[in-house]
Design a protein around this ligand. Structure first.
Ligand SMILES: *[C@@H]1O[C@H](CO)[C@@H](O)[C@H](O)[C@H]1NC(C)=O
Ligand SMILES: *[C@@H]1O[C@H](CO)[C@@H](O)[C@H](O)[C@H]1NC(C)=O
Length: 452
């Protein structure tokens, strides 16, 4: 046992309400249906400013149908996906559209207006001819109000709760906790950001779709274990990094996915380290240190703008202004998708296939208080909470690099790369229960194909 002395670390009074940048809470059913897309002239470049719209030149009628089918006003078919509960992306007739769903904020409430979007970006699938657009559903969706939580004691440092860690050991033996002394230097708000940030607070999630027979057959041919850190003795995974007290996990998971896949595509001839700070400071598709989603970063941002080497925007862990060295080479994503084809179609079997076929997968999962103290073993949420301390469950982005079966317990697990430094967990990694959508880890996986 590596956790001796005092079990520290606890998640006390976790942040009630640092909703600096609350996104909408829109469901699949809110968004499915008929829309009008109002689009400006298609003459812009990737640096187009869509903070305001400009004159409308194109009006399009776009139907978003089950499960991920788009039909435009000419009958052309394409595909669409929700990005969690934040917005939706549409690809049809050679154009690709993304906008965040609309919401309003007052001091007390957030109102999601899921039948419209903020101004978003459209472009050809070849990433040319940019325009701004805004979408309005033809049938209205009732506004949804969410009460804002009270402002937290954000300067409170977390408190130790030895009983909590003892209880974790009492109720199960699949995994064990440890003290992380360094946690004491952070406030609860820092911890909250570290595990996902305000923009990724869990509102709702889909459950995994069942795999069809053919997919099951293909998966039955996969090896019983897989680890991209050791494929016939070769490592294709870049080093563990530390995001610090910034909600940039989504940027780290995205860069880690791209880094690994470049290694795989080039037999380790290229071993880049990409810059999460460029994303934190420069991306309009995420919320800086308040969170974001790998689909929009490893996928869309890396296709739209490209990512850069670490040295072009060294990590500061702050919401700094964008100051990436302009002359740096940009590295692009050729293809990206949610595993299964769209948000809602993911499951364990599709993930195994995608992992072995292409490389590590960026995923999101729910962080509960007990996860923070994980040191080793196969994690599952114990259901334990720290009685007097409310905890806001967040959506933390990480990188699945392998799967296996625990030799002692027989438990199936995923092997996952975290971004909390090499001293956390099992040398910076953790294992988590596989096949049961533990903490939602089988619901949000993203696969990307970078251009090396
Ligand atoms: C978000 O919407 C879902 C589905 O309508 C609902 O179950 C959930 O409680 C909402 N979350 C918040 C924080 O309002
Ligand atoms: C890689 O895996 C092989 C086979 O399981 C094992 O013998 C070897 O020690 C591993 N290498 C490293 C560097 O872990």
């Amino acid at each position: 046992m590596q956790w001796k002395t005092t079990w520290a670390l606890v998640w006390a009074a976790l942040v009630v309400g640092v909703w600096a940048d609350t996104p909408a809470n829109c469901t699949y059913e809110d968004v499915r249906g008929d829309w009008m897309f109002y689009e400006t002239e298609r003459t812009g470049g990737p640096d187009i400013n869509c903070d305001s719209m400009g004159p409308i030149v194109h009006k399009r009628r776009i139907s978003l149908e089950y499960p991920n089918v788009v039909v435009d006003e000419h009958g052309n078919k394409g595909s669409w996906t929700m990005i969690y509960n934040q917005g939706f992306e549409v690809k049809v007739a050679g154009r690709s559209y993304f906008a965040f769903s609309f919401y309003k904020e007052s001091d007390e409430v957030v109102t999601s207006l899921c039948d419209k979007t903020f101004t978003g970006w459209s472009r050809d699938v070849t990433v040319r001819n940019w325009a701004c657009y805004r979408a309005q559903k033809t049938t209205s969706v009732a506004p949804k109000e969410t009460k804002k939580l009270q402002t937290p004691k954000s300067k409170t440092f977390y408190r130790h709760n030895l009983d909590f860690l003892k209880n974790i050991q009492k109720v199960q033996s699949s995994w064990y906790p440890a003290i992380y002394e360094e946690y004491e230097q952070w406030t609860l708000q820092d911890h909250f950001r570290r595990s996902g940030g305000a923009a990724s607070v869990i509102h709702q999630r889909v459950t995994p779709a069942p795999a069809d027979l053919l997919t099951r057959l293909r998966a039955s041919m996969l090896p019983p274990e897989w680890d991209w850190r050791n494929v016939s003795g070769v490592n294709y995974v870049s080093d563990i990094r530390d995001q610090g007290a910034c909600g940039s996990c989504y940027a780290f998971a995205s860069m880690a996915a791209l880094e690994s896949r470049v290694r795989i595509l080039t037999d380790n001839e290229l071993k880049p380290t990409f810059s999460p700070q460029d994303v934190v400071s420069c991306s309009k598709l995420s919320q800086g240190c308040e969170g974001g989603f790998p689909y929009l970063i490893a996928g869309r941002y890396a296709q739209d703008k490209g990512v850069v080497a670490e040295k072009c925007a060294p990590y500061t862990g702050e919401d700094d202004a964008c100051s990436t060295v302009a002359s740096c080479r940009r590295h692009y994503t050729a293809h990206y998708r949610y595993v299964g084809g769209y948000y809602g179609a993911c499951n364990e079997i599709e993930m195994k296939l995608a992992l072995v076929r292409g490389g590590p997968l960026a995923v999101g999962f729910e962080v509960y208080g007990d996860f923070m103290s994980y040191k080793g073993g196969v994690y599952h949420h114990t259901g334990l909470t720290d009685g007097f301390n409310p905890f806001e469950i967040t959506n933390h982005a990480v990188l699945v690099v392998g799967y296996g079966v625990d030799s002692k317990t027989g438990e199936n697990y995923w092997t996952v790369k975290n971004s909390w430094g090499p001293n956390w967990g099992e040398d910076g990694y953790f294992r988590i229960r596989r096949g049961t959508d533990e903490c939602g880890i089988e619901s949000l996986a993203v696969e990307v194909v970078p251009i090396p």
